[in-house]
Design a protein around this ligand. Structure first.
Ligand code: HEC
Length: 434
């Protein structure tokens, strides 16, 4: 990915396009992965319970579950792996100058996904040989499921980075900034949606045999309905908790009226699902399956729109600034004028200062435009050439402008603080222009 760092900055239109691209990819990828995770969990639990209770109905449903959710290899490739590559590409374009997620990260996600799919495939194929899978096959199914849970956890953490552009420059230095509470909440939120969707799907198909050969008997259908209803109900009970936690953990700059409104819609839809499930269903019209499944499609859409809006807010400033950067780059190319280095302070010191600036500050600061932090041409003159005062701020940033987020303490070593402060004072003259 390092080689992609030289790409030209994007225009606003391309950014918007990338965001819609991401929306579309997630729209296919998440339900696909979600139903595999949900279905495999149910199948493994049932195969375990079925052996415990010696009930063939459990085993039969466990088998049907696997046959429904684990589709052929080409579908796994198309909907389970290709989307990750697309997201990788979209991220590389969005973060082209920050490289927060190296190729190792995406390769790890892919490798764990492939391992998970392969192990689940082994488990699924065991059902073809009656009566039921051996402990070895169940183990491989469980391992495959764990792998998928883990791969999706990694994926969610990467996804979480999108909502928090302030972290980008920190991320380059310290991998611990990769983890965020918001991303953990999103992981759990999506899992709740996955299980709710799976439950809705079970209610919808209602124990109709996958092959459609034998007419399922009433007690089997009853069992399937019961499992579907319980799963959906539990998932829908916890979902609102994660929706609220998501609002709490999202950084301030990602919030907007749309973000709140979509969260409210998810809450209302969850309430509707719970109501439908707790009302006694009219036996004749085939149960609540279709309504629940539709509601879950809407819930999923609302969650995606919610995230899409939040990412849009988080990137508004960045997009605007990149757009201006693109114009500046063009203008500079047109002029072809060699830039004068500031003479003051000796060549090497100025170069160290510049290097410290590029690695630690440039992610949030430009000289002439606002990125995350204010344009330095506006704030550095306040220090009137006082290097010590500026060093004091960098060493220990305090809240200055209520309209901006606070600057984090970067924990730089003293020499680097000194070098970067001198560089800034040298470059931005007290008069104002650089
Ligand atoms: C994560 C983003 C981020 C990084 C990285 C960052 N800053 Fe800031 N910086 C900010 C924000 C946000 C503010 C506005 C803070 C405020 O007004 O309370 C700010 C404000 C400032 C100010 C103005 C202070 C004032 O008195 O108004 C200076 C000077 C500054 N930063 C220098 C630096 C330097 C030098 C570095 C690198 C060593 C750096 N910043 C790295 C986000 C960042």
């Amino acid at each position: 990915m390092a080689s992609w760092g030289n790409l030209q900055p994007l225009s606003t239109e391309l950014y918007t396009l990338l965001q819609y691209g991401l929306f579309l990819v997630l729209f296919f990828f998440l339900p696909f992965l979600g139903v595999i995770i949900g279905g495999s969990t149910v199948s493994l639990l049932l195969s375990f319970l079925g052996k415990e209770k010696r009930d063939p109905a459990y085993l039969r449903f466990s088998k049907e579950m696997m046959e429904t959710v684990m589709t052929g290899k080409s579908a796994l490739f198309m909907f389970g792996l290709v989307p990750v590559l697309l997201v990788w590409f979209i991220y590389a374009r969005i973060f082209f100058d920050a490289t927060p997620l190296p190729w190792h990260f995406w390769s790890a996600v892919l490798a764990v996904l492939v391992a998970g799919f392969a192990l689940l495939h082994v488990y699924r194929s065991a059902w073809r040989r009656p009566p039921s899978p051996s402990p070895f096959h169940v183990m491989s199914g469980a391992a495959g499921l764990l792998a998928l849970f883990f791969a999706f956890f990694l994926f969610s953490q990467g996804y979480g980075v999108l909502f928090n552009p302030e972290k980008l420059s920190l991320l380059r230095e310290h991998i611990r900034f990769f983890l965020s509470w918001n991303a953990v909440v999103k992981y759990l939120l999506f899992l709740a949606v996955f299980f709710g969707m799976t439950g809705g799907g079970i209610l919808l198909l209602g124990g109709r045999s996958a092959e459609g050969k034998e007419a399922p008997d009433a007690s089997y259908r009853g069992l399937v309905r019961d499992i579907g209803a319980k799963l959906t109900f539990l998932a829908t009970l916890v979902l609102p908790v994660f929706v609220l936690l998501d609002l709490v953990t999202l950084p301030e700059i990602a919030l907007s009226a749309t973000v709140f409104a979509t969260a409210a819609i998810v809450l209302l839809l969850s309430l509707a699902v719970c109501l439908i499930l707790s009302l006694p269903s009219g036996k004749k019209e085939g149960g609540p399956g279709a309504r629940i499944a539709t509601l879950y499609v809407l819930i999923f859409l609302a969650v995606l729109v919610h995230d899409h809006a939040a990412v849009g807010n988080a990137y508004q400033d960045r997009i605007a600034s990149l757009n201006m950067q693109a114009k500046a780059v063009e203008a500079e190319h047109a002029k072809e004028a060699p830039r004068e280095e500031p003479a003051a302070g000796g060549k090497t010191a100025a170069e160290t200062g510049k290097a410290v600036f590029e690695t630690n500050c440039a992610g949030c600061h430009q000289f002439d435009i606002r990125v995350v932090g204010p344009p330095l041409n506006e704030v550095v003159p306040k220090y009137a050439g006082d290097v010590e005062k500026l060093k004091g701020f960098i060493r220990n940033p305090v809240k200055v402008n209520p309209d901006l987020p606070s600057m984090p303490n970067l924990g730089l070593p003293e020499e680097e603080i000194d070098a970067v402060a001198r560089y800034l004072i040298g470059r931005v003259k007290p008069g104002g222009s650089p």
